[in-house]
Design a protein around this ligand. Structure first.
Ligand code: BTN
Length: 279
């Protein structure tokens, strides 16, 4: 993808939604595009089954990489390990990106690249210090701020990103505590003005950068961000993978996206799995 420069980032006022009224406030797509400095093709919907479904369908029709489909709400949002992903309409960023890396080594790192993009964008746009819980949850402390689901069919990678942005995250079902960008901004800086349009553009700009670096064979920037944001290194963790559970001290993430564990039988590098406990 080529880079486009010079789009001005417009100031926007925050949508005022009564907390109890779960009415979707549509993201201002033109404002998001004005903030964007990289050439993604954006479309935004009020409600869809799953943004990953729409991008997969577009890919089947031959859509080129760079398509981004977002929605205010999903009726069948998917999470990792077969879980559902529930949103509060109008308060999240729910979007999926179509990529065709043409290189499995790059494809394997797209989940990490998406997590790094959220971390970097949240720092750049909102001044937040968030972390990554391997493989690609974005967290603040122990509370989940964003989740990423990468689905692959042959050469097509659909990178689905769900970020809790506005409100407190209270009431969102999850296997762990949940927070939002706005709640973290309040906790960290005492301010709570968070614009979804600007954050979306920043995440996509970062994704463009990390993806471009990976395709050029440069993993250093991504690995440095992940190492800095790593919430597991040095901690005792259990990882469930394909029906078995391995436990050890986390060693960090390697350049293939694997988590290292130092257990009783030595070093073990896990390619995928779910962290089931953190000591
Ligand atoms: C997880 O943490 O388990 C991954 C959650 C991924 C959620 C996003 S929201 C946009 C995209 N569409 C989906 O159905 N899932 C991803």
């Amino acid at each position: 993808m080529r880079s486009r420069q010079g789009a001005a980032c417009r100031e926007m006022s925050l949508p005022q939604t009564p907390r109890a009224a779960m009415i979707a406030v549509m993201l201002d797509l033109a404002a998001a595009e004005a903030c964007l400095t990289t050439p993604w093709r954006l479309e935004w919907h009020e409600q869809v089954t799953s943004t990953n479904d729409l991008v997969r369908a577009a890919a089947r029709q031959g859509a080129a990489e760079g398509l981004v489909v977002g929605a205010e709400s999903q009726t069948a949002g998917r999470g990792r390990h077969g879980r559902t992903w529930v949103d509060v309409p109008g308060r999240c960023l729910l979007f999926s990106v179509l990529l065709r890396p043409g290189d499995d080594a790059v494809g394997r790192l797209l989940g990490l690249a998406a997590a790094a993009s959220v971390v970097t964008a949240a720092a750049r746009r909102c001044g937040l210090r968030t972390g990554v819980l391997w493989p690609n949850d974005v967290v603040y402390g122990r509370a989940k701020l964003a989740g990423i689901l990468v689905e692959q069919t042959q050469e097509v990678h659909v990178v689905g990103i769900g970020v809790n942005v506005l409100g407190t995250g209270e009431g969102l079902p999850c296997d762990r505590a949940v927070t939002t960008v706005q709640a973290v901004a309040r906790a960290e800086g005492g301010h709570d003005e968070v614009r979804r349009e600007a954050l979306l553009a920043a995440i996509l700009d970062e994704m463009h950068r990390y993806y471009g670096e990976l395709k050029a064979g440069n993993r250093q920037g991504l690995m440095a961000t992940i190492a800095e944001a790593d919430q597991l290194k040095g901690r005792r963790v259990s990882v469930r993978e394909a029906g078995r559970e391995v436990t050890g001290t986390a060693l960090g993430t390697d350049e293939e996206g694997r988590l290292g564990l130092l257990g009783p039988e030595g070093e073990l590098w896990v390619r995928s799995g779910e962290v089931t406990s953190v000591g």
